[in-house]
Design a protein around this ligand. Structure first.
Ligand code: PAN
Ligand code: ZN
Length: 202
């Protein structure tokens, strides 16, 4: 007997079909689909303490979605040796003069690194090491960003359309948001005279 390899079947050495839950990515948007894809949404109301202008944040519609993340989490979060995959869809917009952005985090296990790959839109990847030195890398379709160990990361959408990017990181990394909520990044990506500018915090 022979079996046919389709997108919904895996063959073993005996050429019989093993159960397989297909997953796929739509390349123009980065959208994930298939078995086990989860989605997490962040609205304006969940972004308190992130942007410098809290008054401007409160003036916005609190139910507006700033970003959503589709996730493939094939193993539990404390598994050493596994990998997670996610696509983030970050809307365009401003809070005061600061671009819509992700919350940003260090990994809880500080030496865990990560790849970001931009699918669509225009962005800035804001990176900060443990000495609080901050820099920004431009994101455009196809750009690949290696986020080294011990470096906090956040993405700002500096364009007029949805910015989407893929991320891949070790499953046991964890996310330390508290350090960023407490001390922030040492610089922010702001629209100054209409141009994205990295401005140091006072
Ligand atoms: C990404 C981020 C995603 C959302 O998948 O989690 O872009 O950003 P925040 O987690 O900062 O809200 C990643 O860096 N994972 O490790
Ligand atoms: Zn990360």
């Amino acid at each position: 007997m022979s079996a046919t390899l389709t997108s919904h079947a895996v063959l073993n050495a005996e050429n019989s079909v093993i159960n397989y839950q297909a997953k796929s990515m739509e390349f123009t948007t980065g959208a994930l689909s298939g078995a086990g894809v989860n989605e997490v949404t962040q609205t304006i109301s969940q972004m308190s303490g992130i942007f410098r202008d809290e008054v401007a944040l409160r003036a916005l519609n609190q139910s507006t979605v700033i970003y959503r993340v589709q996730l493939l989490v094939p193993v539990p979060g404390d598994t050493e040796g596994g990998l997670f995959l996610g696509t983030t869809f970050l809307e365009p917009g401003l809070v005061g003069d600061e671009y819509f952005m992700t919350k940003g985090h260090f990994h809880s296990i500080r030496n865990r690194s990560e790849y970001y790959i931009t699918i669509s839109g225009a962005g800035g990847l804001v990176l900060m090491d443990e000495n609080r030195t901050t820099w920004v890398e431009p994101m455009s379709p196809g750009s690949i960003h290696y986020i080294p160990a011990c470096v906090a990361h956040r993405v700002a959408n500096i364009g007029n359309s949805v910015l989407s990017f893929i991320a891949c990181w070790p499953s046991d990394s964890g996310h330390d948001y508290a350090s960023i909520l407490g001390c922030g990044f040492s610089a922010r990506l702001r629209s100054i005279h209409g141009s994205p500018t990295l401005v140091s915090e006072q």
